[in-house]
Every structure is written in structure tokens, then in C-alpha cells.
Design a protein around this ligand. Structure first.
Ligand code: IVH
Length: 670
């Protein structure tokens, strides 16, 4: 391909991908399959590698992330990022309106918006192209989080439409939609990892991550709510909101122009109830003067504008009686206490259960059975107990004693040092743990077995047909049809589903095994580094930790799993049943034999190639990728921000350290 052809194709591809992205993320429609879309993106990634000179700042390939930021650069805001005066009192909102009417001598218009509960961000665009995304910081200076911001698909990299000033800033709130929050927590739960506390923390934690490709997977969102710049083509805030929406930003369509304090109160009362139906957490209403000229007239105090105010919703709470505490045992043996409450109406729903998290939480609250407790609904869906009304404590109540034995198998519970959660250690004999492991095994992201669901597992287990997941693969037709209310058709489906699952790739099988802390992504990384189960099984702690993103917690958990002979036997049985325990190698297209017999470890991030592409390139030229630095290693390819421990080890062992460019030289492709 000539340079000219490449340039043309890059432009075509970018335009097409931008178009499909916009359809998908802004209009929630699609015109092509995921597969076809991926093919376009892959083609563009490849072309940009071959012809880096044609890669644009707003290329859609930026969305997949990959940049690692060790420390965020501090950036000074051109316009300080102020906060808002806030209040829980309707009376103070009335006073705010009176103050404005008195000073302006007018009955002004206001814009009411929701107060979104996320992380404030300021986005800078020059000539319509995204330049930087900066956090609020101390209001004067914030962190440059541009690499992470670029992965948020609803933030345009290039603006479309009319009247775009040469320099502009838009400000808004980055948040994690509740749906995304819950699905991440479900995944974390199934990997036995600590859960995210609430959508707000999840958003602020994510946006400060070092690896932007992780951010890309977390599906953050952003609503914009203000526009700043010189000589803006608008005179009111309402016009500004309409204008930024027309440029392609997401503006929540919940805002409203209000002409009186009564309108404002109606807006507040409406959303106090309706906010639970929104896709994100909100914690109040922001009231802003609509006319810019009047905003200017009202001016600022030291930290907050005098033309705007926030009304905060009172947390929805209700008092009710704690009738009992029951305990749930999860797949990993973690025990979660649940409060059973006298049913009470809260934020539009009838609540009879609330989470209590763990023993520390019960102790912190000083709970007793029979207490009148306060339950609250916050950013998360499940209500929580937030306090006790001691004045209502029954005279005969007794101090709370936390459960000591597993409610399912009566084994004494343990609590690991430094952990808040109690565990039932009877991993192999505790029914919910056994069943939980099986349910984890059959789920869609794991073995994806059609025909078997949670109830089927329950049925087979209770009938004594399965004691471990390996037993699934020896089930016979007659055994199944012998079960009560289990027809021939269902039995056939189960057997076919099991047969089909033998094609599920190794990374999913590894996830299905339910090794603690090995979620989908970790399983993917591990099988990449150790394409055969035998390699993974015999990997040392150091070799495991040499894998990108694998820390000691995961490494120890993997080692512990394979140290147990029963687990080894389980894997063996599954292997004999025909499950995939080797990663199917992509067909390697041979480019040359320049690296024949040489071994490589790559570390850090690279300029011309992504990590995976670089690995592929090495293999295409005859080289072999190792999972960790050892004396056997020929070359360590060092990128930006590589891990210091690898560098140190390689230096100590006298391994040659080369750059991306030197590697290309070796392949004769500089
Ligand atoms: S306007 C000068 N509008 O609340 C006023 N802020 O304490 C600039 N927030 O840091 C803010 N939703 O993170 C505004 N619709 C909204 C908002 C909003 C949430 C946050 C923002 C800001 C804080 C103000």
C-alpha cells in the first residue's frame, strides 16, 4: 500500500468508526455487527502502526486505552473550578431566590438540574479537538487524566456542529452507571474479590487508575453541565446546555427552566421521588441563574458562585425493628449477615431486608435484636442499616453475639488476619460452597452450559448425582430421566450443553474453576502467559508475579489451589472428559527467522506497537515469549514505565535489555 492510499484508508476507516460509535453510544442503535465493527477497528489499528504519521489526535483507536500513567501531571485550571454552596433546607432555597430578586430587582429565570454524584471533570477543546481532561483537584490545580478520559465513549474526541469557539472548556460529572456498578460487583463477588463500595467511589477510583485499558473496560459515563470560554455564542445557561448537546456531548435531559420559586420546589419534589428511576446516583438539585449577565452581576464569594446553589436530598431513611439476623454463605465461604426487618416503606419500595456487611459493622452500630434501627437508601440499591434508636431498646435485650459456626455445615467459622469477613473453611463439604462453585462453573462467562441453571444444579446435587463439577461430565441419560419432573427433552438438552462446553476455550475454563481472585480478566492474562495448564500448575510465585497485572495475592491463590491434590485430581478428570486446558494458539504467520531460538520478555508500554502486537511480531519472526525474567532469558524488551523489579532482576542476571527500536533492528525492520 502506498503512503497515499494508506492516508485515504485511515481517513475512511476513522470516519466510519466515528459514525458507528456515535450511532451506538449516542443514539443506541446499530447498523453493523460487533464483528464487522471490530474488523474496521483492527484494520485501523494496524494501519496506524504501519503509518504512524497518519494517526490523528482524535483517532477512534484512542478509545481502547493502553497508556500507562505512573503519576498524573498537575495542570492549572484556566478558570478555577469552584464548588457550590449547599443546603438541606427548602427555606434557604427561598432565601437564595429572595436575595437574587432583591439585588437584581427582577423576577429572574433559573435552570434547575440534578446534582450528579460522581467526579467533576473539566474538558478542554481547541479547534474542536479534545486536548485535556483534568480533575477538580483543589479547584486551582487538578490532575491530567486525559488518557483515561479518552476511553469514555460518550465524550467526543472531535466536536461536530456549529458555533464551536477556538478554545472552550466544558465541565461535568464522570460517573459509573448503576447497572455497570452492579455488574462489576457481581463479577468481583464471583471472583471472591472485595466489592466496590458505591458508584461514586467506583468512578473516582477508576478515573485515577494507571492503566487506561482497565478504565476502558469499566464503561464510565459523563454528563456535562457547564460551558466556559471567551466570547461564547450564548447568553444563557439553557442555551449553553442546548449548544453543548448539539456538539455531541451527553447532557442529562432532566434540566428545566423555572420561572418562580414554586417551579423550583416542584422540580425538587418531583426528583426527590423520581431519582431512583435514573441510571445513575444523584444527591440533590442545582439551581442556577439562567442569564449570564445576571450571573455576572451576582458574582462570587471566595469559593462559591452567588448565582447558584445546591439543594441536597435528605437520604431516604425509615425506622423499623430488627427482627433477626440471618447469615448467607457464598461460593468462597464468605459469610454475610443480613438484617431481617419488620417491613417498612422506603423510597417507593417495601423493604424487609438490609445488608450488614460483616461483624465489625454490627459492632460499630452496637446492634441488638429487637432494636429500632434506621435504614437508608444511598447510591447503591440494597438499603443499609445506618443507626440505632437507643431510646427504643427493649429492656430485656441482650448484646449481640456473632455466629460462630457455619449455618449450613456447622464448621467453626474463621476470620483471617486483617479481614473483616468471617469464612467457613469447609470448602469441600459445605453445601452452599459446593453448589456455589458449580453455579459459578456453568455460568455464561464460564462454561456457558445451555440447559443447566441454578435450580438444575440444586436438583442434581440434592439427588446425589453430582458432588463436584467433574461429575457433570459423567451424567447419563437414564440418570437424568429418572429424576422427578425431568423429561427426556431436558435431559437431552443438558447432555448436549455439556458436550458443547468442551469447546469452551482454556481461559474460560480456568475462570470456571473458581480459583479465588481469578476473574475473567486475570484468567485471560494467566493463559496468555501460560498457554498450557501444566505450565500454570508448575509456575513459581515469581513466574506468576512476572505477568503483567498479577500481584502476590493472585499468585499465592493460584499456588494454593494447585497445592491441593484434590484440585489437581479435579483438573485431571475434567481434562480426561475433554475440556480445553491448552490455549489454542493463533496461527502464526511467519515473517522471518531472524529471532530463531531467542527468548524474550516484554515489559512496559511501547511507542509503535501494543504489547500483544509486539509479542505476536516476535513470534512471527521466530522468537519465543517467556513469562518471566530468568537466567535462561536472552532479551528483555523495555518499554516506558516498565516494572523496576524486572529491570533489576535482568540487570543482576546479565540479561540483555533492549528497546523497541533495537528489537525492530534485530528483525531487520527498523
Ligand atoms: S455546577 C460553579 N451542576 O457538585 C459551579 N455541579 O459542589 C460549578 N455537580 O464540583 C458546578 N452535578 O462536581 C454543577 N448539575 C451540576 C452538578 C454539579 C454535580 C457537582 C460538581 C461540583 C459539585 C459542587
Amino acid at each position: 500500500m502506498t503512503s497515499e492510499q494508506a492516508k485515504k484508508r485511515v481517513e475512511e476507516l476513522s470516519a466510519q468508526i466515528h459514525y458507528h460509535n456515535e450511532l451506538y453510544y449516542m443514539q443506541h442503535r446499530t447498523e453493523i455487527s460487533d464483528f464487522a465493527f471490530d474488523a474496521l477497528l483492527q484494520e485501523l489499528i494496524q494501519l496506524e502502526q504501519q503509518f504512524p504519521e497518519f494517526k490523528t489526535e482524535d483517532s477512534p483507536t484512542q478509545r481502547v486505552g493502553g497508556t500507562i500513567t505512573k503519576e498524573f501531571r498537575q495542570v492549572e485550571h484556566r478558570y478555577p473550578m469552584l464548588s457550590l454552596g449547599n443546603t438541606y433546607s427548602e427555606e434557604e432555597i427561598r432565601e437564595f431566590d429572595q436575595r437574587i430578586r432583591k439585588e437584581t430587582g427582577l423576577h429572574p429565570q433559573y435552570v434547575c438540574e440534578l446534582k450528579f454524584d460522581g467526579v467533576a471533570v473539566s474538558l478542554v477543546y481547541e479547534q474542536g479537538v479534545f486536548k485535556t481532561g483534568v480533575t477538580r483537584g483543589d479547584g486551582v490545580r487538578g490532575d491530567d487524566i486525559s488518557a483515561n478520559v479518552k476511553t469514555i465513549r460518550t465524550i467526543p474526541l472531535r466536536l461536530k456542529g456549529q458555533n464551536i469557539p477556538d478554545y472552550l472548556e466544558v465541565r461535568g460529572e464522570i460517573f459509573m452507571p448503576i447497572e455497570v456498578f452492579e455488574s462489576i460487583n457481581k463479577e468481583k463477588e464471583s471472583a471472591g474479590e472485595a466489592l466496590l463500595a458505591n458508584p461514586r467511589n467506583a468512578a473516582s477510583g477508576t478515573i485515577k487508575m494507571q492503566d487506561s485499558s482497565v478504565v476502558a473496560r469499566r464503561k464510565l459515563e459523563c454528563y456535562l453541565y457547564s460551558l466556559l470560554g471567551e466570547d461564547l455564542p450564548v447568553n444563557t445557561h439553557a442555551e449553553a446546555l442546548a449548544l453543548i448537546a448539539s456538539w455531541g456531548f451527553h447532557v442529562s435531559q432532566t434540566w428545566k427552566v423555572c420561572n418562580s420559586i414554586e417551579d423550583i420546589m416542584a422540580f425538587i419534589h418531583h426528583w426527590d421521588k423520581e431519582r431512583w428511576n435514573l441510571p445513575l446516583a444523584t444527591d440533590g438539585v442545582v439551581i442556577k441563574l439562567n442569564e449570564y449577565a445576571l450571573q455576572e452581576q451576582m458574582g462570587f464569594t471566595a469559593k462559591t458562585p452567588r448565582w447558584a446553589i445546591a439543594y441536597k436530598f435528605k437520604a431516604e431513611s425509615a425506622a423499623t425493628v430488627l427482627e433477626s439476623v440471618t447469615y448467607q454463605v457464598g461460593r468462597t465461604g464468605a459469610v454475610t449477615p443480613v438484617a431481617n426487618l419488620r417491613p417498612v416503606q422506603l423510597a417507593g419500595t417495601r423493604v424487609k431486608r438490609a445488608s450488614l456487611h460483616n461483624a465489625n459493622e454490627i459492632e460499630r452500630l452496637g446492634l441488638r435484636i429487637g432494636d429500632t434501627v434506621l435504614v437508608e437508601k444511598g447510591g447503591e440499591i440494597i438499603p443499609k442499616v445506618t443507626g440505632v434508636d437507643l431510646s427504643k431498646r427493649p429492656a430485656a435485650s441482650q448484646p449481640f453475639v456473632y455466629l460462630q459456626q457455619c449455618p449450613e455445615c456447622q464448621t467453626a467459622l474463621i476470620r483471617k488476619e486483617g479481614e473483616a469477613v468471617h469464612y467457613c473453611p469447609n470448602e469441600k463439604g459445605c453445601p452452599p460452597q459446593i453448589k456455589g462453585k458449580m453455579v459459578h462453573f456453568i455460568q455464561r462467562k464460564a462454561m456457558n452450559i445451555d440447559g443447566i441453571g441454578e435450580e438444575t444444579i440444586e436438583l442434581f446435587y440434592n439427588a446425589g448425582l453430582i458432588k463436584s463439577v467433574a461429575d457433570l461430565y459423567t451424567l447419563r441419560f437414564e440418570q437424568l430421566t429418572g429424576l422427578e419432573r425431568f423429561g427426556e427433552r431436558s435431559a437431552q438438552n443438558v447432555l448436549e450443553g455439556l458436550e458443547k462446553s468442551k469447546q469452551i476455550p482454556f481461559e474460560q475454563v480456568l475462570f470456571a474453576l473458581g480459583i479465588r481472585f481469578v476473574g475473567n480478566t486475570v484468567a485471560e492474562k494467566l493463559t496468555e502467559a501460560f498457554p498450557r495448564i501444566e505450565q500454570l500448575q508448575s509456575a513459581s510465585r515469581e513466574q506468576l508475579m512476572a505477568v503483567h497485572e498479577i500481584g502476590e495475592r493472585i499468585a499465592d491463590s493460584v499456588i494454593e489451589f494447585f497445592r491441593d491434590p484434590e484440585n489437581v485430581a479435579l483438573v485431571q478428570r475434567l481434562q480426561q472428559s475433554g475440556l480445553q486446558f491448552h490455549r489454542i494458539q493463533k496461527e502464526v504467520i511467519v515473517e522471518s527467522e531472524a529471532l530463531q531460538g531467542k527468548t524474550f520478555v516484554i515489559s512496559g508500554t511501547f511507542v509503535q506497537f501494543g504489547r500483544e502486537e509486539l509479542k505476536e511480531k516476535i513470534e512471527r519472526n521466530g522468537g519465543k515469549i517467556l513469562s518471566g525474567v530468568s537466567a535462561k532469558l536472552d532479551y528483555l524488551v523495555a518499554g516506558e514505565n516498565m516494572g523496576p523489579s524486572k529491570l533489576e532482576k535482568a540487570t543482576k542476571l546479565g540479561v540483555k535489555i533492549i528497546s523497541e527500536r533495537e528489537l525492530l533492528n534485530l528483525m531487520g525492520q527498523s
